[in-house]
Design a protein around this ligand. Sequence first.
Ligand SMILES: Cc1cc2nc3c(=O)[nH]c(=O)nc-3n(C[C@H](O)[C@H](O)[C@H](O)COP(=O)(O)OP(=O)(O)OC[C@H]3O[C@@H](n4cnc5c(N)ncnc54)[C@H](O)[C@@H]3O)c2cc1C
Length: 541
Amino acid sequence: MTEKSEFRRYLVNIDSISAHQLFTDCLVIGAGIAGLRAALEAAEHHRVIIVCKGKAEESNTFKAQGGIASVLDKADTFESHIADTLRTGCGICDEAVVDLVVHQGPELVEQLLEWGTEFDLSENHIAATLEGGHSYPRVAHAHGDETGRAIAEALLDRVRHNPNIRIMENFFTIDLLTDNNKCMGIIGHERKRGPQIIWAANTILATGGAGRLYRETTNPEVATGDGIAMAYRAGAVLRDLEMVQFHPTTLYIAGATRALITETLRGEGAILVDSKGRHFMKEYHEAAELAPRDIVSRAILAQMRKTESTHVYLDVRHFDKAYFAKRFPWINELVESFDIDITHDLIPVRPSAHYMVGGVKTDSSAKTSVENLYACGEIASTGLHGANRLGSNSLLEGLVFGKIAGQEVSKNKRATAAHLKRPIIKHQIPHSDRTRLDTADVRNSLRALMWRNVGITRLDQPLSEAQEIIRFWQRYVMDKIFDSPAGWECQNKLTASLLIAQSAQQRRESRGVHYRRDFPKIDDENFKKHIKISRKSEENQ
Ligand SMILES: Cc1cc2nc3c(=O)[nH]c(=O)nc-3n(C[C@H](O)[C@H](O)[C@H](O)COP(=O)(O)OP(=O)(O)OC[C@H]3O[C@@H](n4cnc5c(N)ncnc54)[C@H](O)[C@@H]3O)c2cc1C
């Protein structure tokens, strides 16, 4: 079969007869909150393998600070959480999904507590705080600002004690194997044993986000958008990829890695000031520091331009030092490591890419458009977030849809490795004589390009140019066969970035996190809808 390199079905040669093979009832790709929760549910009736590309502790989940949103207080209501989520989603949330997630939240968060998550408590109940966009304090947190780590550790502990679940770390999933639009498992590469196929009766994609496509990001190294690219190659429908959320406040110290300064800090009274010490947020939104993230990010960017500065500051000098150290221990340690004394000094911050709102389209059972393939967590586009994610709703979404995906798999008791009819899959990539580019160089240049041309504010011409440049790189990168994660990640990053730029160009309006300087208004008449993209639709153009 000949194919254009940008539409290559698989990134590597495959011979399913001679490859090293494993079999499982259910394969989960990813060990964040979504993958772990899905595995626990699927393991009720099935044997499960979880693969993750680094250590299980390397995920966006582990980095999550602020908390997990849920209606936990009697004075709070489901209606209020639903209304906040819908308002933030700017008209394109799936209301049935919002209803489902919000209603399932409290029980599943309480279950996390039962399973050993050390949530901060107040009078024996889970304590909750306020965050931007929420109209009630409903954000549960653990160890102050280490919520994600606390949740993931409790889930991992349960997973590691479950005899039906095996975790394979340092296992890079290269591609989903499909036969007639049915997912049959994956081809991957384990650091110790090299390439192998895992045949699975059901596959759950839980590969998380894609922040690493951008120069400035809060995401750890694993968040390279592999799930977007492999789902696209497998023919799945992807949705709203233009919706990339930028977090307003990332610690900005030249040369240091970017670290997120949680939103709850603003929820508890931190103030944004510019390089001249002016409190500017009131000029941009009546809710000032508590305005939705996209508005705060754009306001900071505008103020940076106005003052010709590379950053603004968070002012927490009015906080009690001991309270700050107890409530935000991780941030306290971080700023102290840069000799910032919070009672005297301002904390330099700027926005950066944070959360992928769009992703692989699923229905309310976590099913994708590819048979036997489910998706949950940040990789999925369930319809919960619409055009913008309300803070702390993503851990919640991963938890709820992780459970749903696992439950769906668990329901079908006959969907086991024993019943799996394996097809013969052979794929041979033609040799290419084209010049070999330095992939590390391409990755860095791509991240800078995405930040400049497909970033917080967008315009038609730079979006076109970004696609042109990415296509140029693709000609020299997508035609090669790599034998290590760095090469496959580069190929995936190019694919995911191109799809984001294409989607951003298609949405000729501003909605939620997607801001077009040439179309600054919301356009309900033409765009109160989703932007969908799939390999089949692209090939037919
Ligand atoms: C700094 C930071 C702070 C945050 N704070 C909050 C917060 O307070 N509240 C909130 O609700 N959300 C927060 N978020 C967002 C939230 O953490 C994520 O959306 C959520 O944890 C995603 O969970 P997940 O299970 O979908 O993916 P992840 O937790 O990112 O896990 C992805 C998994 O997929 C694996 N993987 C990826 N590609 C491959 C591959 N090719 N092969 C094999 N394995 C692969 C990774 O190894 C990893 O195990 C924050 C995010 C960041 C980065």
